[in-house]
Design a protein around this ligand. Structure first.
Ligand code: AMP
Length: 418
């Protein structure tokens, strides 16, 4: 690995050859394309619901050619600050993941980056490690803004930042819907932040109330950018990034690359490096995928029967709308199957509790809309059931990719009306 990296983003550090933070690349914002691939997610009305063709969801899982990545280096040998090495060690990380190793020199050199890597491949660390190192080396603190499509993903990013800055005095804040906005306002007044992680809606709200100055952020990360640039979020993302003004660096991460978004990607990135990781997860090729044809009237009964099978230990059930998710959850509980729900109508507190109960094995089924489930990093989900088939393939891949994580096999079953 090339060990050259800037020792400071402030332009006042030791190295003279490093890129300067200010006076950096100027990017215009605003505008952008206007696609209409799907609705805002989770709440789309049923009259334009056209599920994917059934045969697209049939696939016999092939054993994952454990594309085990052999890192060339250990974090201990990386050219990073000793404090950061200690925090990484305390997190129990010894070797970098592929995305971490391959992106390090580019992120550290302030290059714009497009990372094609799914949640679970260590992509959060891929942008956080060089950023934290730059903070440690920098004489002038700088702020990174991470926009993520779901509250859960935003919280995971903040957690990881906290773990990787253990023993350092850096401040992070997560601004997400479903929590009291007044608490955000009080917290924003209290201090300045090195990392702001946000979902677009809440951040826009806070900006419009004059509670946050987006000019302070000089680095932008769009996590799950395919979703962030999709119709549901695109307008807000454009609005917010427009208010940021000058940026030193922009990084986009997503499991899938949607060619129709290329124009938008070009709008955000300048002279960028694409880093693709070879994990088979994005194609879900190691997951057994099948379609279960059902009479529409028997759908609930068939789901209940399926969930009573002993191998169904930890099951994520997807439906298209909040209303349907609610109904499925109710039916399952009535049938004695422990289940809870996460979707946009539930408070963040509720969603987090349901998620924790699911992670801890206290409930068997977690019923969700796409909007709530995207990016979730939960180990050992034995099955994903699409109680309702999704309408596009990207969503399908994201859903089934919740099982079969960390190289394990997984099962995805999609209900399809006869
Ligand atoms: P992410 O893809 O960023 O959501 O990360 C997935 C999981 O992998 C998280 O639980 C991370 O804490 C963990 N992780 C990330 N990088 C490493 C690493 N180099 N070694 C071990 N675990 C890691």
């Amino acid at each position: 690995m090339d060990s050259k990296r800037p020792s400071s983003r402030s332009g006042k550090g030791r190295s003279t050859s490093k890129p300067q933070r200010s006076g950096g690349k100027r990017r215009s914002s605003g505008g952008g394309g206007n696609r209409d691939r799907r609705g805002s997610g989770g709440g789309r009305s049923n009259h334009n619901y056209i599920p994917l063709p059934a045969d697209m969801m049939v696939h016999e899982g092939v054993e994952l050619k454990t594309v085990e990545y052999h890192a060339e280096t250990k974090f201990a040998d990386w050219p990073i600050n000793a404090k950061l090495k200690s925090a990484i060690k305390a997190a129990g990380w010894v070797y970098p993941t592929e995305i971490q190793e391959k992106s390090f020199e580019h992120v550290a050199a302030l290059k714009d980056v497009m990372g094609i890597a799914t949640t679970g491949t260590g992509k959060t660390g891929a942008f956080l490690i060089p950023l934290i190192d730059a903070l440690l080396e920098s004489e002038e603190p700088f702020q990174t803004l991470v926009l993520a499509p779901t509250r859960e993903l935003a919280l995971q990013i903040e957690d990881e930042f906290r773990a990787l800055t253990l023993g350092m005095k850096y401040n992070a804040i997560t601004l997400i819907g479903g929590r009291n906005i007044n608490t955000d306002i009080v917290n924003l007044k209290k201090r300045s932040y090195h990392l702001v992680v946000a979902t677009p809606g809440r951040l826009k709200d806070l900006y419009q109330q004059g509670k946050i100055d987006l000019q302070e952020a000089s680095v932008l990360v769009l996590d799950e950018f395919d979703r962030m640039l999709d119709m549901g979020f695109q307008k807000d993302v454009m609005f917010l990034t427009d208010k940021m003004g000058e940026r030193d660096q922009t990084m986009l991460f997503s499991a899938t690359l949607d060619k129709s978004q290329q124009k938008l990607i070009d709008h955000f990135l300048t002279d960028y490096q694409t880093i693709k990781v070879s994990s088979g997860e994005a194609s879900a090729e190691h997951i057994n995928q099948s379609v279960h044809f059902v009479e529409p009237d028997n759908k609930f009964d068939e789901l209940i029967e399926m969930l009573q099978q002993p191998e169904m230990k930890r099951v994520l059930v997807f439906a298209e709308t909040k209303h349907r998710v609610k109904k499925v959850t109710k039916k399952l509980n009535q049938a004695g199957i422990s289940a809870d729900e996460i979707h946009g109508n539930k408070s963040q507190n509720y969603r987090q509790k349901a998620l924790n109960a699911f992670k801890a094995g206290k409930i068997k089924a977690l019923c969700a809309t796409d909007v709530a489930a995207r990016g979730l990093d939960i180990d050992d989900i034995t099955h994903v059931i699409n109680f309702e088939a999704p309408t596009d393939y990207d969503t399908y891949i994201h859903r089934v990719g919740r099982t079969g994580r960390a190289g394990k096999g997984g099962e995805a079953i999609t209900f399809y009306d006869k």
